[in-house]
Design a binder for this molecule. Structure first.
Ligand code: IMP
Length: 186
């Protein structure tokens, strides 16, 4: 059976994502310039699609780099325990940095990244996240560019997974409850 049968509904459509990314890119195009090219740090794996679409809308010179942070495994909620699975290839010392995230939920992942990056002495750090779930926040974290504020629901698609699946779904969707029933959510 198709994985699309597992999806209850579309929360953010492809067209809405496309338009919103164009707006976020315009905001960034006002801030950054070729005089001081920033490094966009894509937080793997969930932000790969957002980065790919965002980077093509930016008119200033920039580099991309990747960092992978451990997340929930098969569950759907954060344990608050975070560790680096893949570190940056480049130094960010003295550089302007834009962290590109898929979603800020409890804030633990982003808080960890921001504290870790501060020790590397970048010139500036801003955060772009496609999705924001403010109702779930456990730690206050600054977010500079937000695609969509969403309610407290577990979402998938457009890079975001459930149990490593559904990342290729081209929109943000909500799964049918029976799909995650029986899965440990701790
Ligand atoms: P936080 O540390 O709780 O803010 O969670 C951040 C990470 O958890 C994100 O980068 C996602 O990988 C994952 N995550 C949080 N909420 C969701 C969701 O609704 N669907 C898929 N992944 C999520």
């Amino acid at each position: 059976m198709s994985m699309f049968n597992d999806i209850e509904r579309v929360l953010v459509s492809e067209e809405e994502i496309r338009q919103r990314i164009a707006t976020l890119a315009e905001q960034m195009n006002q801030i950054y310039s070729d005089d001081d090219p920033p490094i966009l740090v894509c937080i793997l794996k969930g932000a790969f699609m957002f980065l790919a679409d965002l980077t093509r809308q930016l008119s200033f010179r920039h580099e991309v780099d990747f960092m992978e942070i451990s997340s929930y495994g098969m569950g759907t909620t954060s344990s608050g325990v975070v560790r680096i699975l893949l570190d940056l290839a480049s130094s960010i010392e003295g550089r302007q940095v834009v962290i590109v995230e898929d979603i800020v939920d409890t804030g633990h992942t982003l808080s960890y990244i921001l504290r870790n990056f501060a020790t590397r002495k970048p010139a500036s750090v801003r955060v772009a996240t496609l999705l924001n779930k403010p109702s779930r926040r456990e730690i206050d974290v600054p977010v500079d560019f937000v695609g969509f504020e969403i309610p407290n629901e577990f979402v998938m698609g457009y890079g975001l997974d459930f149990g490593e699946q559904y990342r290729n779904v081209p929109y943000i969707g909500v799964l049918k409850p029976e799909i995650y029933q029986g899965v440990d959510q701790s």
